[in-house]
Design a protein around this ligand. Structure first.
Ligand code: CP3
Length: 354
């Protein structure tokens, strides 16, 4: 492993480990994205999103853009969760204004049997980007690596594209759970390897995005999503040993199962804006740190509204409880592309001033 500069701002890592911090760390999901004019410029140069993501120089540049512009406490490597199914041969592409699609979605049991765990080589552009970002960050803030959850990846792999209800995979779940488990098991092994390689390339924390876990019933969530997330975190700890890094699990719509989630082995849980931070802390106790949870739509409002809503989130976490460690400020989901970049400065200043 290469030698990287020592980390100067450790607030994010310390918050994940529930240690005291100098200030509440903040970063934003999708902080590198279309709301930034400098992102749109590089994306234009790259020609399209896939090329942007697969070219380490471009991906590194857009990872660093929000870090240069704002006083953030963490960077997240610019990539996508759908790199894994793409590397499994599903053929990822993006149709302008239609989101991600696969040329070869999974349509049979045979297709699942034929899937192979991606080779290191097929995702090496991600690991190269991680190393390059870590090098260029020069210890300024920590770098987050990430992956989708096996369930959320399977949603796209079976549906072939985004959906409101992912009804195709849900019908498989009830009519042929065995075959779905085979797919989830392959995805889980691929995720372990992908996260491990990102840590070895220089990622200092990892996050699992379970964007569609909230579509499941309580029992189905345990069986088809949380169980595999637990397997991943457990395997990573075994395989990385002393090189293990702190982890965050974000299930959108997962507020109902925080108690169960707190036992999955993650250091922190990401919360969406439907979940009350104060109640969340009461429910999970001091077992995990919490990350969240401002509604990204707040950033579309006037500056005074943003400041007011930030104060509400901060008071919700720090207001009543005795244990005030383990909080990372974030949005409850990705930042909207309609956001004015100046509103983000107002947000960050309000968090740091609180
Ligand atoms: O947070 C960051 O700054 C890191 C980058 C990041 C992206 N995607 C870049 C991206 C991360 C962490 C993701 C994760 C991701 N990708 C998730 C899980 C998180 C979530 O948002 O729920 C999901 C479900 C995907 C799949 C995906 N990729 C979708 C649905 C889309 C279309 C979104 C849209 O608004 O059009 C993407 C494309 C994508 N990934 C963009 C970005 C910045 C927009 C692409 C563009 O420039 O046109």
């Amino acid at each position: 492993m290469t030698n990287f500069a020592p980390l100067k701002n450790t607030n994010f890592i310390r918050a994940l480990q529930k240690q005291p911090v100098d200030r509440t760390p903040i970063w934003m999901m999708r902080q590198a994205g279309r709301y930034l004019p400098e992102y749109r410029a590089v994306r234009k140069m790259a020609g399209n999103f896939i090329n942007l993501m697969k070219t380490p120089d471009y991906a590194t540049e857009v990872t660093l853009q929000p870090i240069r512009r704002y006083d953030l406490d963490a960077a997240i490597v610019f990539s996508d969760i759908l790199t894994i199914p793409d590397a499994m041969g599903l053929g990822l592409y993006f149709q302008e204004n239609h989101g991600p699609k696969f040329k070869n979605p999974i349509r049979s049991e045979q297709a699942i049997n034929n899937l192979e765990i991606p080779s290191h080589e097929s995702l090496s552009y991600v690991y190269q980007t991680v190393s390059q970002c870590r090098h260029e960050l020069n210890g300024q803030v920590p770098l987050i690596g990430f992956s989708g959850s096996p369930w959320t990846l399977a949603c796209y792999m079976i549906e072939g594209q985004g959906s409101k209800d992912f009804i195709t995979i849900k019908s498989v779940l009830y009519s042929n759970p065995k075959i779905l488990h085979q797919l989830l098991e392959k995805n889980a092994k691929a995720v372990v390897q992908h996260l491990k390689c990102q840590v070895e390339a220089g990622a200092q924390a990892i996050m699992i995005f379970d964007t569609w876990g909230g579509l499941l019933s309580r029992a189905a969530y345990q069986e088809f999503s949380l169980r595999y997330i637990t397997f991943i975190l457990d395997s990573l700890k075994n395989q990385l040993g002393v090189r293990s890094v702190p982890s965050i699990v974000f299930t959108k719509g997962g507020g109902q199962w925080l108690e169960e989630m707190a036992g999955c082995g993650a250091n922190a849980l990401g919360l969406d804006w439907m979940t009350d931070l104060d109640l969340a802390r009461q429910r999970v106790g001091s077992r995990v740190a919490l990350q969240g949870n401002l509604d990204p739509a707040v950033l579309l409002a006037h500056d005074s509204v943003i400041q007011n809503e930030v104060n509400k989130v901060m008071t919700s976490f720090y207001g009543k409880q005795k244990d005030d460690t383990g909080f990372v400020f974030n949005l409850g989901h990705g930042i909207s592309k309609e956001t004015n970049p100046d509103s983000v400065s107002v947000l960050i200043e309000a968090v740091h001033r609180f």
